[in-house]
Design a protein around this ligand. Structure first.
Ligand SMILES: Cc1ncc(C[n+]2csc(CCOP(=O)(O)OP(=O)(O)O)c2C)c(N)n1
Ligand code: SF4
Length: 283
């Protein structure tokens, strides 16, 4: 019998991240989630944008595509629609997903594409040396905001809920919450539809404000009594300012884009729309 261990998924290239970067926690969580799900690397595709976080597909054994900055989601949509049998993941930073690529997020969510989007949030642009990002706290001082930022940060969980994601969660790459992150990734893989996981993943090199230490004091588990099918309740939790809730905010079941496509093909097949024939061509 084939054995699955986290070591099976280690890629050929060694991570080039700074020692201690939060992104190691996300990579470790993926290794563990994949082995617990006993998934073959050949059935996984990981698509990324550009940034330190975007380098993740280089370090894991699976199909990977290191795309253009902010364009991972549309590439991944194409992959999933063309080959629905693949487990598709998107990984990228807060700059990638909420700045240059922000326009793609609502559309991937509202289409309910069956994939998992892991937004690795370090509250700045790590790769380009620490400029402020859409999730930097107000008054954040950086090379590109020497007197502090003027704008309020975006709230990725609230946005994801409003955009129509059918699975919305927050994890933390710190050691204290690594097992929870593994469980969230597993749950997201099991969910049929667009799963969004906002992962707090600090940059230890450029961020002196949002750190493992500050996050350890801020994160709090979502109460077991939280009703995960209630979007209003999830939004209230997401907008809570004093603490950062981690866990599953929201999960509902809705037909996925691919399911709707197949149903449409069945209905209009005789008029020339034959999705199965197209799938056979690409898978
Ligand atoms: C079209 C384009 N614009 C700008 C850049 C420069 N650039 C590379 S990575 C990056 C931001 C990275 O920040 P984030 O997405 O938060 O990822 P991190 O490095 O923090 O993981 C930028 C602006 C680029 N590569 N391509
Ligand atoms: S610069 Fe920051 S985000 Fe990039 S690898 Fe180093 S610690 Fe991680």
């Amino acid at each position: 019998m084939k054995r699955y261990t986290p070591l099976n998924y280690i890629g050929r290239n060694k991570p080039v991240w700074c020692a201690g970067c939060g992104d190691y926690g996300v990579l470790t969580a993926l290794f563990n989630a994949f082995s617990q799900k006993e998934i073959d690397a050949k059935n996984v595709a990981i698509i990324s944008g550009i940034g330190c976080s975007g380098r993740l597909p280089d370090f894991i054994k699976a199909y990977g595509f290191h795309g253009a900055h902010g364009r991972a989601l549309p590439i991944a949509i194409g992959v999933k629609v063309a080959n629905p049998s693949l487990n598709v993941f998107v990984v990228g930073g807060d700059g990638d997903g909420l700045s240059i690529g922000a326009g793609h997020f609502p559309h991937a969510a509202r289409k309910n594409i069956d994939m998992t989007y892991i937004l690795m949030d370090n509250s700045l642009f790590g790769m380009t040396k620490g400029q402020f990002s859409p999730t930097s706290p107000c008054k954040f001082e950086s090379g590109s905001s020497p007197y502090g930022t003027l704008e309020e940060p975006m709230n990725p969980i609230a946005l994801s809920l409003i955009y129509g994601s059918t699975f919305v969660a927050r994890g933390y790459s710190g050691p204290s919450k690594l097992n929870d992150l593994i469980n969230l990734i597993r749950e997201a893989m099991e969910h049929k539809g667009f799963s969004f996981i906002h992962v707090l993943s600090p940059c230890i090199t450029y961020n002196r404000v949002v750190t493992f230490q500050s996050l350890n004091a801020q994160v709090v588990d979502i109460d077991e009594k939280h009703e995960i099918t209630d979007r209003n309740e999830a939004l209230v939790l997401a907008l809570r300012e004093e603490k950062l809730s981690v866990g599953l905010f929201y999960k509902i079941t809705k037909p996925t884009f691919n399911e709707k496509l197949v149903a449409m093909s069945e209905k209009f097949g005789r008029r020339g729309l034959d999705i199965e024939r197209l799938y056979a061509k690409f898978t």
